[in-house]
Design a protein around this ligand. Sequence first.
Ligand SMILES: Cc1cc2nc3c(=O)[nH]c(=O)nc-3n(C[C@H](O)[C@H](O)[C@H](O)COP(=O)(O)OP(=O)(O)OC[C@H]3O[C@@H](n4cnc5c(N)ncnc54)[C@H](O)[C@@H]3O)c2cc1C
Length: 389
Amino acid sequence: MYDVVISGAGPSGSQCAEVLAKAGYQVALIEKDVNWRKPCGGAVHSSVVDLYPELKKLNYPKIRGVVMYSADYHILEFKGASSEYSIIIDRLKLDNIMREAAVNAGVDLYNKHLSFDYVIKNQKKIGIKTKSPNGSKEFHANLIIVADGMSSKLAIKSGIRLKWNINELAIGKCAILEGNHQLDKESVYVYFKPYQGYGWIFPLNDKRFNIGIFTFGKDNLNYNVHEVYQEFVGNPNIKKYTQSSNYNVIWSSSYSFPAEGVLDKSLYTDNIMLIGDAGGFVSPISGEGIQTAVISGKIAAETAIKALQDEDYSKNTLKTYRTNPEIKKIIRNFKQKSSMINFFYEKNGKNLNKMLELAELDSIFREQVINMFAFGEMPSKDFITKLKS
Ligand SMILES: Cc1cc2nc3c(=O)[nH]c(=O)nc-3n(C[C@H](O)[C@H](O)[C@H](O)COP(=O)(O)OP(=O)(O)OC[C@H]3O[C@@H](n4cnc5c(N)ncnc54)[C@H](O)[C@@H]3O)c2cc1C
């Protein structure tokens, strides 16, 4: 019997487990495979780096530069706020650093355990059933936290939300390639497309980079991600940074993420909370989800601590997870981004093309575009009039 059982030891599950263990609670962290490399660009916000001394010690280049291309290849280069930065890391490394921090805090990590259902007693979900090479096992706990990503079966079986439909997802394909490149190691490279989605190149070091592309929403059905990936890696505007034709493919994979943000009433029920991708904590348009996964894990842990202290695991107690100011701020920000999708991508991305074209010619407009991308500022009426003129 544990205080809390968590399904999934990605960024959300590991952070949640660590906070609970540091508060003195018994936590079982269930992971299907610690050697699985989550398909991801690996761009991690500095607020996450700050939480993990082992990550900080690695001294990755601090990325503040953005090189952004519109679908018709107008270019906008800028540097983000000086206090914030990103690092680019191989996800296998990141996830294992986070898991190790949880284990060092006292969490019991169960590797090679695939959770597939709840243990139910008197119509109440009181634990998780897993399959492992040694057979089936049950983990009983007062609280269950679902952190096993976008394809979570437990999220659906909880009754909290339905399975995502294809229009609510982004579908991505990415790879880590090894060979010579001409990328600035303190910048990320983003390529908007005439369809809903974008491509990226993120430098990992002098010899390696992460490259990928995704489509989302209605364009998942109009485009095949494997084809757009092939077109992207061979594109002349990419080739100017990646001239070597003999890249060694270290790893390549495709995967999805929820693209509509957190849906209403999709985070908790009696003694269960959904965190990270399982709860929809991925930023619409940009697809960033590691930072918000970690925040949702931390807030769910704090909610769980209060519930454990009060011995009240009802949805009435757990609702403070959803009403927490940090969670509300994230959800507000996601809604803002979602509302900009049509504006960005209408008429095959023409607004984005024009935005970057005008930014090349007009320094005030350029400042406004940068504020929009770097700081999430909404475009003013004046801005939109100029764009549509
Ligand atoms: C192509 C792509 C590129 C992305 N690029 C970025 C980026 O550059 N920066 C960024 O911030 N975000 C990015 N994201 C989003 C980011 O990957 C996720 O938001 C983040 O990983 C969510 O963390 P999580 O812990 O909620 O879920 P996950 O990272 O998906 O972790 C889930 C964990 O649960 C385990 N698991 C799954 N099922 C089971 C089961 N049944 N039983 C036990 N364990 C299970 C998995 O093995 C995994 O360890 C990208 C996503 C994709 C698909």
